[in-house]
Design a protein around this ligand. Sequence first.
Ligand code: AKB
Length: 318
Amino acid sequence: MSQTILILGACGQIGVELTEKLRTIYGTNRVIASDIRNGNTLSMSSGPFEIIDATNKEAILTVVKKYKVTQIYLLAAMLSATGESFPEKAWNLNMTSLLAVLDIAKEKHIKQVYWPSSIAVFGPTTPKNNSPQKTIMEPTTVYGISKLSGEFWCQYYHDKYDVDVRSLRYPGIISWKSSPGGGTTDYAVDIFFKAIEKGTYDCFLEENTRLPMMYMEDAIDATIKIMQAKSDDIKLRTSYNVSAIDFTPKELAVQIRQYIPNFSITYSQDFRQEIADSWPNTIDDSEARKDWGWSPTYTLSSMTEEIVKNLLAQKNQY
Ligand code: AKB
């Protein structure tokens, strides 16, 4: 059956690229982009766009009815670093929006929900390497607490009300078309822009901090793949671990130097170091591979090559 999709948070880092991809798959007019305010021009101009506050259930419902929406991708969220400055706001945005969308699905206005979780559900007591799908989870950020609670709300709505909700625990997502905002893994995007602009980058994490990461192309693929999977294949209704690559700031700098030989990096740790230290180094995603056939395409080196080449081409156009 053909889908009509509403994206909440379409002007954010993942929203911009997901909107573009879903519009090529389902057709421009079947993908309604929305955000709390005007933002990315691509998401706004390449098809229908609505202003929606994702915490306002009635506002979401009005748009769902207007376009006969069948699926919602809820991407609006406050991430780990900003969330520590505004804990109540982070909790309110992250939980109220999720419960609003789950309720809309429970009331059968839509058929399917996508909601991202994060590696932030893990904490300092989680095994650091190959963190399992099911393990000790004691998150120390309000973002992580909201994602872990959200995962159990998803499972609850699935089990009690038959809501078809699907979720991935994203690692840090690396992109060059759109910027992240307010996360601990943002350094791995900023570094590329600064390398191209200035040839130098001051990193807010220490050089050997290893974190799980994923190139945006793979993140979009994983997202669409889990949404298109047969319902019976989705065995976990909390959220799936998904893994692709892992690296440290120092290792990323070495990769970038292959294209920008004079690139230099310095380190000035801030409060985000503690958040990064509480997260896993690497993730075990065997359940996602087994249940719905997940596997990533990009390596650290192929990702770096693609990002640097695209940013250099973009720079040379201006
Ligand atoms: C963040 O750093 O907060 C996010 C995430 C890992 O969920 N990128």
